[in-house]
Design a binder for this molecule. Sequence first.
Ligand code: F6R
Length: 611
Amino acid sequence: MCGIVGYVGLRSVPETLLDGLKRLEYRGYDSSGMALLNDGKIIEIKNIGKVINLEKKASDTVGLELKNGTGIAHTRWATHGFPSEINAHPHLDAKHRFAIVHNGIIENYQSLKTQLQEKGIVFKSETDSEVLVHLISECYNGNLLEAVATALKKVNGTYGLAVISLESPGTIIAARHGSPLLIGLGEGESFIASDAAALVAFTRRVIYLNDHDVAQVTSSGVEIRNLDNIAVNRDISKIDWEPGAVEKSGFEHFMLKEICEQPEAVGNSIRGRLDLRSGNAHFNALNLSPYELSKINRIVIAACGTSMHAGMVGRYFFEDLASIPVDVEQAAEFRYRNPIIQPDTMVLPVSQSGETADTLAAVREAANKGAIVTAICNVVGSTIARESEHCIYLHAGPEIGVASTKAFTCQVTVLLMLAMLFGRNRRMSYQNALGLIAEIETIPELTKKVLDQRSGIEAVAKKYAEAEDFFYIGRGYLYPVALEGALKLKEISYIHAEGYHAAELKHGPIALLEENVPVVALANDLPGKEKMISNIQECRARCSPVIATVTAGDESFKDLVSDIITIPACSQFIAPVVTAVALQLFAYYVAKERGCEIDQPRNLAKSVTVE
Ligand code: F6R
């Protein structure tokens, strides 16, 4: 998804902007650009493709050593208009007095564009964003912040916006509504970015803007107002991860690094949240009394993609451990379906980024209908985290690879601990809770055991890397894991992969099975295994090769399947996490064998901040 970086201070401006853009590359983009305020003019540099091309162009035109100035930069992921140099940001007004970069969508851009065209303004690009720069230019009356605020009042839609002007050298105006933006505070310098990853190498002190904030950013600090020009106060937060967390640290891809980080990441999700004395889980962010907890009679999990799959695993936890009815909703469906929410409903938005547009809209819809909203997020200070009544953080560290890996396993782990909290509030005994705590504490070690088999999984992956269709089947707790395994494979290897409940196969999809269509069967030694054996037989009868995940020591699949991926023995509560790690590795090695761009798969963005 689009990324924004801005800088004002003494460093080399192009170098600083490019450094920030490179750290946002993981989000996915098709073109990039920057605007530099220098020597009484705005220099615009844009390029299709990778930031490295932009760097070359900047180096050839202005050099990279342009110190003591102001600049804004952008990576674009096309929504309105093809990826092209003209459609890339920044956009400038006709007299080149103003330049903007914009994330989000201006919904009423067509009517605004027509009004501006009637005044004789000529548009260069096909983007919705370009209307913003012309509006700001029209509204300018000697004060840049006021011009931006006045222009934004005419706009419907979402924006994270940065503006520079010849009239205000040394100033960037930043504004947000529905698209994240933060200000980084340094000594005699300031930064803006749409994502903390762009800033962490420069400063850890940041201010997250709220919706309708308009900030005037200079090298000496920031002043924030709302659209009505009234000053507002925002807290300074501290980014708590190291710059190294957004680097590959010797791994070939971020995705592999993040897969391998899971023992530590899950350990961080668990740390300090399990209490042997009370036999319970606790979350500082969820300060409900036992009485308040006991009044929650229904849970709705709203999420998208991988986070929704984690939510689907969560449903089994809440039903089995706490006997609470759970619905898992695709967040877009939730927001538009007029969902029934009662005062005893807790809505759990699950989101790695905390910025997914549909999940955020679900949060607002749920809050509006009076639900208790408890988010499960990874990114601290993200919009969903801030807008939810409570937020339980994953503490998984930044996830850079576009395909979500460690966030999934941490989400599932947090949901398990949360279900335990509800279970203890109801029928779960102290003894059972102690048993579950002991199991949860083994997750980091068990995921490590899967990682230790990397080379074996790689060998199986290589064998099937040329297949063009795959099926993944699972039952019970492993049914959502089958969906997640298929999603991982299709995202990064571009192989058509479908996840199904194993019982559903014979209701249609089995028609597609043949010798070129491998089936990944999640056949761990869990309830339902016997039925899975029958399902595997059905696949074999159609000549499909079967790759099975099998519990260590289980010999029953030796002569039944083509290949085995061994999963350490564990209960159904832990198996989704451990099995998912194996499927992530499988997808990774298939994609690598096919020579795919693993960290930035085509057409995908890290956080989907548009509908
Ligand atoms: C898949 C993936 C996506 C996200 C989905 C929701 O690997 O990353 O399916 O899970 O876009 O994103 P978040 O969790 O940030 O709300």
